[in-house]
Design a protein. Structure first.
Length: 185
């Protein structure tokens, strides 16, 4: 097992391990990918303020989120098709989140079911909902989330996402072909 020192190490290993289309799915943003780039570059502008000779006892990142005790105020955001990247990916991510003491969010677009994740974890996990026009299906989905004790069923823990699929990875595939004059004008 290689030693992981930072997120960039994980990204490099991930790139070697998965087919290119899976990598591109996770490592691209919408259209010009401006937000995707700025998600990193904006954080690069933030520095920690160095403080010396201060009392470091009793420091803690512990808090609560949606009434749940967490080791730090961070949750795993919903990532569709995680199980495509790695077998049982959603279960593995949920277990890792549980071990670390932070919430895991299961995407509507997951490979592992709500029940699969619930069976393999003890901590409550959040369920992200994409609303579809099929009321029956939505009702059953909420019932299943409620049965699995997902906090989202009370109306919190839900995220509002885009109504259309982002095009980033398709654009990445198209751009080199355009540059080579294979398509477009
Ligand atoms: C590959 C990928 C898949 C995602 N799938 C979903 C999804 O299924 N549902 C959802 O609500 N958000 C989805 N998101 C959005 C993330 O949950 C998150 O809100 C977004 O990436 C912003 O957080 P970040 O700045 O930490 O990346 C996805 C993001 C990525 C990169």
């Amino acid at each position: 097992m290689p030693v992981i020192t930072e997120i960039e190490d994980l990204r490099r290993i991930y790139k070697r391990r998965v087919p290119k289309m899976f990598y591109d799915y996770a490592e691209s943003g919408s259209w010009s990918e401006q937000t995707f780039r700025e998600n990193t570059s904006d954080f690069d502008k933030i520095y920690f303020r160095q403080r010396v000779a201060v009392d470091m006892d009793n420091r803690s990142t512990r808090t609560t989120m949606l009434g749940q005790d967490v080791s730090m105020p961070v949750a795993l955001a919903p990532v569709g098709l995680t199980g495509m990247q790695c077998a049982d990916g959603e279960i593995k991510a949920a277990k890792a989140a549980e071990d670390f003491g932070v919430p895991f969010t299961l995407s509507t677009m997951s490979i592992c079911s709500i029940e699969d994740v619930a069976e393999n974890t003890n901590a409550p996990f959040w369920f992200q909902v994409y609303t579809l026009k099929d009321d029956d299906f939505m009702r059953r989905l909420f019932d299943r989330a409620r049965a699995a004790n997902c906090p989202g069923h009370r109306g919190d823990g839900r995220s509002a996402g885009t109504g259309t699929a982002p095009q980033g990875s398709e654009e990445r595939a198209v751009r080199p072909a355009q540059a080579d004059g294979e398509i477009g004008g």
